[in-house]
Each structure stands twice: as C-alpha cells, then as structure tokens.
Write a new protein. Structure first.
Length: 132
C-alpha cells in the first residue's frame, strides 16, 4: 500500500497482492487528523464465512462487488452489489460470500482506528437468532 500526501490530502493506493491485514485503508495510522476510518475486505467465492465479530461502535458497509449474506444475531440479511448496510454497535455478525465472484465489502467506523472488537469462531456454533 502506498500513501501519497499532497498538502492536507492523503491518497492511498492499495497493493492487491499485499492488502493491509486489518483491511484499513484510511485510519489514524496514515492520516493523523482523521476522525473515522475506511477499509475494504475481499472474500473469494467458496471461502468459509468470517468469524463472528461484535464491534464496540456501529459500522457502515457498502457492497462494491459480488453478493453475500450478513449472518447476524437477529437473522440473515442477503445483499448484492450497490447496497449499503448499517450494523449497530455490539451486534454479532459475520460475512459470507454466496456468489460466484469475489465479494468486496467497503466498511467504515466512526473512529480513527478499528474499534475494540470481540470475536468468536462462526464455524463452531450456530447463530443464535434469539438475540441472547
């Protein structure tokens, strides 16, 4: 990933062969005065769903490519390219690619870094749709 700084503007050019481990493209790490952060994740077709996570803050997500399912503690939400999703703070969720092409999800948090996050392995337990 390359950061180009011109005046007060920062342009990040991601390296597809070497994406950031945390998925963050813009954060307090490369833009000290930033008030939020922006990242992206790519999930190939056939990949297992991600771990269940619950962030301390809300999250917004935009589907840039592909289709998938957001597995949540309230039930499943199918989505496709061009749709946006709001995920409330402390809500358990996992992403699943249900399509034939890469799923590219762009996400943002209302703080300059990834918020404190709890995780649990999604493959070991069914999703509890009762909210408990």
């Amino acid at each position: 990933m390359t950061d180009i700084i011109t005046g007060k503007y920062v342009q990040v050019i991601p390296d597809p062969a070497n994406p950031p481990a945390d998925g963050l493209l813009l954060s307090g790490n490369n833009v000290p005065e930033i008030q939020n952060c922006l990242g992206a994740v790519t999930i190939p077709p056939g990949a297992p769903r991600t771990e269940m996570v619950a962030h301390a803050t809300s999250e917004v997500m935009y589907v840039a490519q592909g289709s998938g399912r957001l597995r949540t503690d309230q039930g499943d939400l199918d989505f496709e390219r061009g749709q946006a999703i709001f995920i409330p703070a402390a809500s358990w969720h996992a992403l699943e690619n249900t399509g034939a092409e890469d799923l590219v999800s762009v996400f943002s948090f209302p703080m300059p870094t990834r918020p404190p996050t709890r995780t649990k392995d999604a493959s070991l337990e069914p999703i509890d749709n009762t909210g408990t």
